[in-house]
Design a binder for this molecule. Sequence first.
Ligand code: NAD
Length: 273
Amino acid sequence: VSHSGQKPDLNIGFIGAGNMAFGITKGILCSGEVQPRKVMVSAPSSNNLGRFQELGVAVTHSNTEVVTASRLVFLAVKPHLIPRVLAEIAPSVTREHVIISVAAGVTIATLEELLPPESVVLRLMPNLPCMVQEGALLFSLGSRAGPQEGAVLKALLAPCGLVEEGPEVWIDTHTGLSGSGVAFVYLFAEALAEGAVKMGMPTAVAQRIAAQTILGAGRLLRDSGRHPAQLRSDVCTPGGTTIYGLHALELGGLRAAAMGAVEAATERAREMG
Ligand code: NAD
């Protein structure tokens, strides 16, 4: 891919038509810079392909057809299927292709070993909020990928959310922080709402308000660029409600629990890799 900034000329393929492929496809298309007809998706079963057809994307049962039709190929099958899929597509992969794997735990070294020697490989770890263009994505360059491929991927994925580049060792940490982190935040949302239910608020209203509180806090944190401790201190009137609540959270060990959750999920990702 030698023409960065010419996204409309890229043909983009997805092998695997699951949630991750769908989230990324939706993100990419919503910018309007990539036409649906530039995208092709493959899966063995037609069941998974319907929602892609609704987006106007070409669908097929043939993985090699995706490879021949695309320059950028996302591998979006479950990790255990990667060796089988790579054996199948390897003969069709040329040095013009850029292969981007989102398979959790499959290392760049493994991908490069299973593909022809000159293949350009990148590893990407997205998270589910890509679906609503608020994902957090981290990618690492393979040994034959350069800054140009990185720039193309970054520009292409920008509509999916935040896109960061880093060394491969960060991928497992990103999985703990952001892939699994989404679930940690849902647990917190549930607990906040239950607190309000305990205080007499109807569940449905409490859940709506908890979701909006997390969204609002997140946007303010991201968009202000300020440190969370600073924003937190701003809402703490001396002797007021918030400092009483924060004290309860500190007594419950929320900070240590959250740090431990990211650590545990990262270590689990390392184990699985
Ligand atoms: P999924 O089960 O929703 O989708 C997998 C897709 O692959 C299905 O459409 C299935 O039909 C298709 N498939 C099965 N065998 C195939 C084959 N031989 N050739 C082509 N397609 C085939 O899974 P998902 O949640 O979308 O995850 C896909 C990948 O993304 C996984 O490797 C996972 O590790 C990674 N990932 C997922 C998340 C997440 O939050 N879901 C986050 C980061 C990374």
